[in-house]
Design a protein. Structure first.
Length: 307
């Protein structure tokens, strides 16, 4: 059996060592395709693989077609699997899995790196404000949202969250106030941190109305997906409300315009780096390797996301 790790954005070397140990212990081959620059390289490697481990790498119908006949399982080493064509994988009889929770602390810590940066005026040296005592609204109380709430407690923030898929008791047990209306979350919180996945329902769901309704000096933090933002609405809201800030781990399509027109109030990482820590790479990479072996050897598909 051959496990292919195809990561345009590679794991830390220590994580790759861990993945290799899992493959070795199972008596499987490990093929590494890191920092690939052409889709052709991916297609050729996938044709020789029984399991495919990826990060945000695009696994579209063409990649799945290349794997037909041999590829049995695709594991997204991470949470969001919007980069994988689930329908094509299902039609090809392939199992798709993710590794929920394995990189969530890393993303949650970056939220606070960004929150402090925004509160201190992007480290321009001018007088900013503190997180202590401020209200934080968490949009989606999944694994990342829960870690954000935990860390927010240390900063002394007042935390609420909205998540139609999460029981109120999970929030209240974490000291978080449940909110049942997204509009209220944006209206009431100085900081809002976005943790929704990109799905047909959420794409472009955060636009002018929500953003412009934020309180004075509001900070919107996006470490989720750029697709959930209506970028025209974001620009309009930030242009009208010169007190608002937007900090994101994903560069929007209109980043250059935003950086020019809202200079000092927007920040984007050069490349998505929320999950780029040794710990998150080790956790997600090794979990993905274990899940690949579990499926290939024993047919276990506990984290299957396609039906
Ligand atoms: C995820 O969905 O797990 C995060 O967005 C991390 O993505 P990455 O593996 O591409 O860094």
């Amino acid at each position: 059996m051959n496990i292919l790790v195809a990561t345009e954005k590679p794991f830390a070397a220590v994580a790759v060592d861990g993945i290799r140990k899992v493959a070795d212990a199972a008596g499987y081959q490990l093929t590494l395709l890191e920092k690939y620059t052409s889709k052709q390289e991916l297609l050729e490697a996938v044709a020789q693989a029984d399991a495919l481990i990826v990060r945000s790498d695009i696994v579209d119908a063409e990649v799945i077609e290349a794997g037909k006949g041999r590829l049995k399982v695709i594991v997204r080493a991470g949470a969001g699997y919007d980069n994988i064509d689930l329908a094509a994988a299902t039609a090809a009889g392939m199992v798709v899995e993710n590794t929920p929770g394995q990189n969530s602390n890393a993303v949650a810590e970056l939220v606070f790196g960004m929150a402090v940066m925004a509160a201190r005026n992007m480290y321009a040296g001018t007088s900013g404000f503190e997180l202590k005592g401020k209200k934080l609204g968490i949009q989606a109380f999944g694994q990342v949202g829960r870690n954000v709430a935990r860390i927010a407690g240390g900063f002394g923030m007042e935390v609420s969250a909205v998540d139609p898929y999460c029981p109120d008791t999970v929030m209240t047990e974490a000291g978080v106030t449940p909110v049942h209306d997204v509009a209220q979350l944006y209206r009431d919180n100085r900081f809002v941190s976005i943790h929704i996945p990109a799905t047909p329902e959420t794409i472009k769901s955060i636009g002018y109305d929500l953003i412009a309704s934020m309180p004075k000096n509001g900070v919107l933090i996006n470490t989720a997906r750029k697709e959930v933002i209506d970028e025209d609405g974001l620009l309009k809201a930030l242009t009208e409300r010169t007190d608002l800030k937007y900090v994101a781990d994903i560069r929007p399509a209109n980043a250059d315009v935003l950086l020019e027109q809202c200079a000092g109030r927007v920040f984007f990482t050069p490349k998505k780096m929320g999950a780029q820590t040794a710990e998150a790479n080790i956790n997600a990479g090794i979990a993905a390797a274990n899940q690949s072996v579990a499926y290939l050897r024993d047919g276990i598909d506990r984290f299957k996301v396609n039906k």
